[in-house]
Design a protein around this ligand. Structure first.
Ligand SMILES: [Fe+2]
Length: 352
């Protein structure tokens, strides 16, 4: 979670200013209730720094430490808060606590990566606009088709499913976001669609934390992976799925594309997921942050993939990993608006 683990209590003080600017983007103002959710594995400096930042903005801030956030009292606390800063150490996007809190209007903000990564990928207005443009494109589509030079040919159906645009800031009631991010994604209908997903060399398998080194072929029918073929990594993947003893582990969870030009493919994790013009597809749980999604199981795995082509209905938005539409293309480094009315340029983050 942290690239350089700072143990001294003073580490929090170096984060307060950046977190205050982030909370301002999240529209935190005096009198709001900000809940910082932690568990015994949370990085303590994040919670302390967010508390300091929220106090500076005049918010009513409190922190809970709880190892099981699905318990009723915790769900109630989330629902009563205006904004939850989720710095828990476990799985973070799926479960009834997400859905119930979002439905009640709480803004949810997930924080779970290294300080250096957050500084490098501090949210920008330019990213937000491209993400929202992509969300609008995906919104009214009924189908999505994905192909790749390696042989991927997938079709999914999404009638009635709203896409999510994720841009690192939870600034609207009922919204979930994760910093850093930069994605447009959707939970398609879970029992329809399929074809073949080919993971090609250089693609990434989150959770098992490996870059693909030889082609892996995943056959899909009626929304589920029904066969996995390939070499050693395909065998590892088979074992990974099998350990959960659940048909739903193989079920389509979400699919979409990344938007973050500053992401670095060589830094495993969130950078892969939000990588500019990558296609990410995931399987397993999706009940939680995706409205209308139905799968809740013990697993979730993401495959960020390069060089794909992508259609929403009959509109092709991406070809071999390049955006085809102006509204999705990077516009240059446009800074965020700061609390002083000025702008930050470059990577939009403070040095040091
Ligand atoms: Fe995912």
């Amino acid at each position: 979670m942290v690239e350089s683990l700072a143990l001294d209590y003073s580490a929090s003080t170096q984060l307060v200013d950046m977190f205050r600017r982030h909370l301002k983007l999240c529209k935190v103002h005096a009198g709001e209730h900000v809940l910082i959710h932690t568990d015994p594995g949370s990085y303590p400096h994040y919670a302390a720094a967010y508390m300091g930042a929220a106090i500076e903005l005049g918010a009513d801030v409190f922190q809970i430490v709880h190892p099981n956030r699905e318990e009723k009292a915790v769900i109630d606390a989330w629902k009563r808060a205006d904004l939850v800063i989720d710095v828990s150490s476990g799985p973070h996007a799926y479960g009834h606590i997400m859905r119930e809190s979002m439905d009640s209007g709480t803004r949810l903000q997930r924080i779970g990566v290294a300080v250096n990564t957050m500084r490098r990928l501090f949210p920008t207005q330019e990213l937000r606009e491209r993400v929202l443009a992509g969300q609008e494109l995906m919104k009214n589509a009924k189908t999505m088709r994905i192909t790749s030079p390696g042989g991927t040919d997938l079709t999914f159906y999404k009638e009635g499913r709203d896409p999510m645009g994720i841009y690192s800031v939870s600034d609207v009631p009922g919204r979930w976001d994760i910093w850093p991010s930069g994605m447009v994604c959707c939970a398609p209908e879970e029992h329809k669609g399929g074809g073949v997903l080919v993971l090609s060399p250089g693609d990434y398998m989150l959770v098992i934390n490996q870059y693909v080194n030889d082609y892996i072929y995943l056959e899909m029918n009626d929304g589920r992976i029904t066969d996995i073929k390939g070499g050693m990594q395909a065998e590892l993947l088979k074992r990974w799925f099998a350990q959960f003893n659940s048909e739903d582990s193989y079920r389509i969870a979400h699919v979409g594309w990344g938007c973050e030009r500053r992401a670095n493919w060589l830094i495993p994790g969130q950078d892969n997921e939000c990588m500019y013009a990558n296609m990410q597809i995931a399987f397993g749980s999706n009940l939680g942050i995706f409205k209308g999604a139905t799968t809740l199981t013990n697993s979730h795995i993401d495959f960020p993939s390069l060089n794909n082509s992508y259609w929403v209905d009959d509109i092709q938005i991406m070809e071999n990993g390049e955006f085809l539409l102006d509204e999705l293309r990077h516009k240059g480094d446009v800074g965020i608006t700061t609390e002083t009315g000025g702008t930050q340029t470059g990577h939009g983050s403070r040095p040091g």
